[in-house]
Design a protein around this ligand. Structure first.
Ligand SMILES: Cc1ncc(COP(=O)(O)O)c(C=O)c1O
Length: 454
């Protein structure tokens, strides 16, 4: 039976809901990322409920969930401490004042206590908003125009940064001097002149740029570990180089920690790698699944916001739902030993998958940091977007996804995404996942030639 047939047999109610949704919701889902063209074939699952590490679809199929809402469900679904805190706050306080309140300070104090590079923080609504704020703030602070960003990184959908994420290499120019490419229609072409795009993990091209144009550069914007092209970790010394060169040339360093924030260490990638940026953006994870994002930085980096010269505004900024969620999430994340335990759990899963793939003769390996990783089906090492294009085998990954989802294990169907292990997944989840993976990888290995011929 084909995957589409097997999937359809398991999901008749989902299929009917997708048809219904398409009539009133463009494409049938609330985000382009949830559509069939973004991997959810033949149609996205419709979920009925989530609890802890598992979700159940409307057809009654339960999945061990490594999608985790694309990252925010860092504490699993409906974590009681966060859910109760939000319900209590809404009941006792309301939802939105358009004025400051004490719980907002509490939430800010806890984020500041958790993250090494953050002395002050402003809450907002989405990662895209936080990045947009950081980029404009860097331009305002330095009086410069150019933002440096890297191929294969994603920083949200705003015009200023929606460039050269999963870029077509036929359009992108040479690796040592890429050309910025807008990632979709409607982005003003004029913005190309405000960007420099580089290959990540390539110290030479970065130093060359800083030597020649360092005094034009407002900020270098980077994921500190890339999770928008599978998983790619920084080469030793690379983040340190970004830090020292930006400092030397008076540019700001922005870590986009929308994915990495609070995920594998409480202080995020900056704690883990020991490199402190000027500005940091957060979103997924910050509110334990509630919609909140933030921009943080040193007092100096946040100066123009503090003075009111730079208008960081937003009706829903720091609303009560957000601050209750952040405050409670920060409390849960402070549990001693939590990250060590969950990283070990995720590493056990990753090691198990890598070993099983090798036993079956598959070119596949896991890269990651325990609570977030990817199983790369790849015939060579991947250090940046261009390596990923050269070495990653998407058809084999798709086969792997298909074999896992029908066995009740959910993760993103595309290889350039990743698997999230929440802070409430447990040994049973990992054991069951490895059991499913053993069968699934055997099928992938057995059908490899047919997949690659297709
Ligand atoms: C690193 C990074 N930055 C920014 C964003 C945009 O965040 P949002 O989807 O909340 O706008 C994302 C979303 O996936 C992301 O992964």
């Amino acid at each position: 039976m084909s995957f589409d047939d097997a999937f359809a047999a398991r999901t008749p109610k989902t299929k009917a809901l997708f048809e219904r949704a398409k009539r009133t919701i463009p494409g049938g889902a609330g985000s382009t990322a949830r559509l069939p063209r973004n991997g959810w074939k033949p149609y996205p699952l419709f979920i009925a409920d989530g609890s802890g590490s598992r979700v159940t679809d409307v057809d009654g199929n339960t999945y061990i969930d490594y999608l985790l809402g694309l990252g925010p469900m860092i504490l699993g679904h409906r974590h009681p401490v966060v859910t109760n805190a939000v319900v209590q706050a809404v009941t006792d306080l309301g939802t939105c004042y358009g004025l400051p309140y004490e719980l907002e300070i509490e939430a800010a104090e806890k984020v500041v206590a958790a993250v090494p590079g953050v002395e002050q923080v402003r809450f907002t609504n989405s990662g895209s908003e936080a990045v947009g704020t950081a980029v404009r703030l860097a331009r305002a602070t330095t009086g410069r125009r150019i933002i440096v960003r890297f191929e294969g990184h994603y920083h949200g959908w705003q015009d200023t940064v929606y460039w050269s994420n999963h870029v077509d290499l036929a359009l992108a120019g040479p690796a040592d001097h890429p050309r910025p490419v807008a990632m979709g229609p409607g982005v003003p072409a004029e913005l190309e002149d405000t960007l420099v795009v580089l290959s990540w993990n390539d110290p030479e091209s970065f130093v060359k740029l800083m030597d020649s144009r360092g005094d034009e550069i407002a900020a270098v914007l980077t994921e500190a570990a890339v999770f928008n092209t599978g998983c790619i970790l920084p080469e030793p010394g690379y983040l340190e180089l970004l830090r020292s060169e930006t400092r030397k040339h008076g540019a700001m360093l922005i870590f986009d920690e929308v994915i990495t924030g609070f995920r594998f260490a409480r202080g995020g990638a900056q704690e883990w790698f020991g490199v402190t940026p000027d500005l940091t953006t957060f979103a997924k994870g910050l509110g334990g699944g509630f919609p909140v994002a933030a921009i943080g930085g040193s007092v100096d980096a946040m100066r123009l916001i503090a003075e009111g010269v730079y208008s960081h505004s937003g009706t829903y900024n720091a609303n009560i739902v957000q601050c209750a969620a952040v405050s409670a999430t920060m409390d849960v994340l402070a549990e001693p030993g939590l990250y060590e335990r969950q990283r070990a759990l995720g590493n056990r899963l990753a090691a198990g998958l890598t070993e099983m793939a090798a036993e079956r003769g598959l070119d596949a390996y896991c890269e990651g940091l325990g609570t977030v990783f990817q199983l790369w089906f790849a015939d060579g090492p991947i250090h940046n977007w261009r390596d990923a294009v050269a070495h990653a085998n998407e058809p084999l990954f798709t086969r792997w996804y298909e074999e896992m989802v029908v066995r009740g294990v959910l993760f993103h169907p595309l290889q350039f995404e990743n698997l999230f292990v929440s802070l409430v997944h447990d040994d049973r989840d990992i054991d069951e996942t490895l059991e499913a993976a053993s069968d699934a990888l055997s099928v992938v290995a057995r059908t490899r030639s047919a997949v690659l011929r297709a």
